[in-house]
Design a protein around this ligand. Structure first.
Ligand code: FES
Ligand code: FE2
Length: 357
């Protein structure tokens, strides 16, 4: 499946964001994740439950069901499931069968996100979730906002492609984040790689402060911008946009503002993806609604671009013509390859397990 060279879809043995915390309540919520229906709700004590969203009896969508105590009842014939997925009531039988059950998925609620593990539950180590203090989502130094969630009509790989090639900032975001020039496309890139992550940063010198944020930054002159992005494979990107006084300014080199952005990407169906977007900043601290509106405007530009590419790909009916990649695409191509390797390794491990059985 494009952009992979093999017909593979997504890695399962990893943490993905399933929802913002605020969206999971005592009413069941349906989310398609990795092409599977999932239903999310809270127990009486507030803990999150994530179950397969399809009744074991006749496939009824369980998000239409009713939460009773900690359990979930299917509204069709009343089968009732416990948080571990086991059927605890089949109204037409005296006792439920131990063979009747649905999948239950491990979850972790961290910051304002609910992370889910769709693969083998035995491997679900919460320590694998990127450190929220290290990336600025928790702690007191920054003001954070959960800004946006949408299931967008584009396969998840396209969002990773988009984030791994920030030359698009100068064009797709020309009127918002781009600041009106080509600088983010032409600036030199420095790239780094670590255990489970890839990073790219551009330093753009002496350019106008982005008008989109100038009012909140309290400075509208020229600045140096450090734009970077780190991809924690396979589900989270942490980006930053730092504003520094340029050469010639009395406080040259001093940072006067920093915006951090978090893009959690979760495959939804084969050709759609959940896009969870959050921000942290050290300016405009009280301007929650204004900053949210400003950042959503940027995301909508991305969504517009991604949906166009997805429609074009679908029109190819599997025969996607060969692409030309620019020199700046190196990291994007590396990310594609690493994602594909992750999936292939998982598939191989699964095959080996089956042979051993
Ligand atoms: S389909 Fe759910 S109880 Fe029959
Ligand atoms: Fe973008």
């Amino acid at each position: 499946m494009y952009p992979f060279s093999k017909d593979v879809y997504a890695a399962k043995n990893c943490w993905y964001v399933a929802s913002f915390s605020r969206d999971v309540t005592r009413s069941p919520l349906e989310r398609w994740l990795l092409d599977q229906p999932v239903v999310l709700y809270r127990r009486e004590n507030g803990e999150v439950v994530a179950l397969e969203g399809r009744c074991a009896h006749r496939h009824f969508p369980l998000a239409e069901g009713k939460v009773i105590g900690d359990n979930l009842q299917c509204p069709y014939h009343g089968f009732t499931y416990a948080p571990d997925g086991q059927a605890v009531r089949i109204p037409s039988q005296e006792r439920p069968s131990s063979r009747c059950g649905i999948k239950s998925y491990p979850t972790v609620e961290k910051w304002r996100w609910i992370w889910i593990w769709m693969g083998d539950p035995v491997l679900a180590d919460p320590g694998l979730i990127p450190d929220h203090y290290a990336i600025g989502l928790e702690g007191d130094d920054l003001t954070t906002d959960d800004a946006y969630h949408g299931e967008i009509e584009a396969r998840y790989q396209l969002i990773h492609d988009n984030l791994m090639d920030l030359t698009h900032v100068a064009f797709l975001h020309r009127n918002t984040l781009g600041g009106g020039g080509d600088d983010s496309a032409t600036a030199k890139v420095s790239e780094r790689e670590g255990e489970g992550w890839l990073e790219a940063e551009r330093i753009i010198r002496d350019v106008p402060t982005v008008p989109h944020f100038a009012a909140y930054l309290g400075y509208a002159g020229n600045c140096d911008r450090h734009i970077g992005q780190r991809f924690y494979l396979p589900a989270l990107h942490h980006g930053w946009d730092k504003y520094l006084y340029p050469e010639g300014h009395p406080e040259a080199g001093k940072m006067f503002g920093m915006l951090q952005v978090y893009h959690a990407i979760t495959p939804a169906r084969r050709n759609s993806a959940h896009y969870f977007f959050a921000t942290a900043r050290n300016f405009g601290r009280e301007a929650h609604e204004e900053m949210r509106a400003a950042t959503i405007a940027v995301i909508q530009e991305d969504v517009w671009g991604l949906c166009h590419v997805e429609r074009m790909l679908q029109a190819c009916h599997g025969n996607v013509p060969r692409e030309y990649s620019a020199r700046t695409d190196t990291q994007q191509l590396l990310a594609r390859r690493k994602l594909e390797q992750l999936i292939l390794r998982e598939n191989e491990a699964l095959c080996e397990e089956r042979i051993m059985e």
